[in-house]
Design a protein around this ligand. Sequence first.
Ligand code: HEC
Ligand code: HEC
Ligand code: HEC
Ligand code: HEC
Ligand code: HEC
Ligand code: HEC
Length: 498
Amino acid sequence: MKQRFPHYVYNPVTLIGSAIAALSFGLIIFLFVLDLFSSEENTYMGILTYIIIPSFLIVGLLLIAYGIIREIKREKQGKVRERKLPVIDLNDPKKRAMFVTFSIGTIILMLFSAFGSFKAYEYTETDEFCGTVCHKVMEPEYTAYLDSPHSRVGCVGCHIGSGTNWYVKSKFSGAYQVYSVLFNKYSRPIPTPVHALRPAEGTCEQCHTPSHFFNEKKVDYTYYLSDEQNSQSKLSMLVKIGGGKSELGSIEGIHWHVNPDIEISYVHTDERRLEIPWVKVTSKDGKEIIFRDKNSKFDDKKFNQENLRTMDCIDCHNRPSHIYHQPDKMMNENLTIGLVDVTLPYIKSIAVEVLEEDYKTKQQALESIEQRINDFYLSNYADIYNSKKDAIKQSIEVVKKIYSRNYFPYMNANWKHFPDNIAHTYTPGCFRCHDGNHVSDDGKVISNDCNSCHTIISQTDNSGNTRIDLNGLSFQHPIDLDKAEQLQLCTDCHWKKE
Ligand code: HEC
Ligand code: HEC
Ligand code: HEC
Ligand code: HEC
Ligand code: HEC
Ligand code: HEC
């Protein structure tokens, strides 16, 4: 056989390397063309084309070089040669052919690798990559994201933002995340809060300006109790979302916390920022007020600096995208719009109960939900079980859907592990600071007055009596608690920490 290249190229390692490189190169071209013409985005194809096969290509190239170097070394050991480096004699047609082929080949390959790595980087920025590559691991976050008001805002918009600094940071932590998934080193659920999250200034505030909040926002709730009739009550209130505009000078309103003229910092003593014993407000003129939780033994002088945080959007809006809903709320909504039949006795109670059960797998949960609701009606309300078969069936489907959307047993993700900080009823939220126990040295208290954040303008109780007052009503709890709701925090009864 006539050899086109010098003899030291013809060693097994180099030949295998060339085969691998050529094959991967061909595959990349093929998949790339396929990708150009396919209309659907396919995660796995993307990883294959832009990440996995190019790595093979690189391995192939390294093998070629390694084989040649090794061969030359061997020859050197056999014969004593004067020259240290191989001389490429371009007058020798064999060597010339090798040189030209190798140089052109390398240039083309490098061009393609550069293009490939650019595509790979671009690819790691897509929601598809962030949300589905790690599949089961990110399933909770991705499912919740797709169902959120920000489903059209890319993961990158909130998790990285623009600019190179955070970009590089995020790639490093991203590389670690890929490693932890590959080697099964991730925790279930994924820890929250995210420590390396970019401050909201570079993310949320690129789309929402803090100074543009004003007036009130009306919200309406319909509640159902866990009794046989699923007793209904209603409440409407105006949430005071103003406060961001410094020119107006007023501290009225919820977005006052992010008003550019003030800064609120706080210390938390737990990982999840739920226990906050110390809060400091610094105004533009340098004046400081410190509020301390009078029930906490926290010592101002020695605390972990890492637990000191400056408040921004995420301290309240920690679930703008990955919202795991509380089961009472979900059932209230579905009963209100009629997807669950409110005439089914105890439907709210049984549904919330089966949703909150601990299950090992989603499959087990869905089967158990179906069986327990069916059994409940069959054994307690046999006539209703027969006359309202369809309504029961539909309700079961709704409950299963609520489960699939909000509970992820594989990752241990649910509303208790990822408490939403936006309110105070089912999770601590605002009452982490506004519990009436945070007092300054001169006796000022972080307000827990029920009308400081919202004005209840109408309430309809279980027997249908409605009270309306635009100046604000006092809250009437859906069941009579003998004023306990005024002495205890809502979460004392409505939240179970996980
Ligand atoms: C609207 C902004 C926003 C978008 C869009 C967004 N996230 Fe998040 N994400 C957040 C915030 C805020 C947190 C929680 C931060 C905290 O509490 O420290 C978070 C937390 C997470 C966590 C940590 C676990 C948890 O739930 O707290 C993961 C994982 C995550 N996001 C993945 C994603 C993925 C994947 C996408 C895209 C499919 C995405 N995020 C899109 C804002 C966003
Ligand atoms: C790329 C732009 C963009 C970014 C970044 C972004 N948002 Fe939004 N956000 C929007 C848009 C657009 C809407 C309105 C969506 C709608 O009404 O369907 C919205 C809606 C909201 C709402 C109202 C949701 C509701 O239920 O009505 C809140 C609260 C919010 N964003 C908070 C945040 C927070 C907190 C962050 C940062 C973690 C953030 N946003 C980042 C664009 C963005
Ligand atoms: C002290 C807690 C808190 C902070 C800090 C905070 N918000 Fe809000 N925000 C709320 C509450 C409470 C609401 C009303 C409830 C809701 O819409 O979920 C709200 C409502 C909103 C809305 C919807 C307004 C509307 O008209 O419906 C947007 C958008 C929003 N916030 C963005 C932000 C951004 C951006 C930041 C940071 C610059 C921020 N918020 C900081 C508590 C806060
Ligand atoms: C980290 C602690 C902290 C958290 C969490 C917090 N706040 Fe505040 N809030 C403060 C402080 C401090 C003040 C100023 C108290 C003062 O100077 O009287 C304040 C003031 C307010 C005011 C102005 C009160 C007034 O007198 O006009 C409103 C409204 C408010 N907060 C709403 C909320 C809401 C709603 C939430 C939850 C979504 C929340 N806050 C969460 C610390 C907090
Ligand atoms: C620090 C501010 C703040 C204080 C103080 C406060 N609330 Fe609220 N409350 C909120 C916010 C924010 C929400 C959520 C509003 C939304 O859904 O947009 C809320 C929601 C509610 C809801 C609806 C609950 C739900 O999730 O269905 C009720 C009822 C309520 N508050 C009653 C009270 C009562 C009673 C008090 C006095 C003990 C009180 N609030 C004190 C901020 C506050
Ligand atoms: C002493 C314990 C206790 C306290 C404190 C308490 N609740 Fe309740 N709450 C209950 C019980 C018990 C029920 C009835 C549950 C049922 O029938 O499902 C209930 C029912 C409710 C319901 C209707 C059921 C639902 O979740 O849809 C709402 C809304 C509610 N409470 C809001 C609040 C708010 C807001 C606060 C704080 C201001 C509060 N509760 C404080 C014990 C409490």
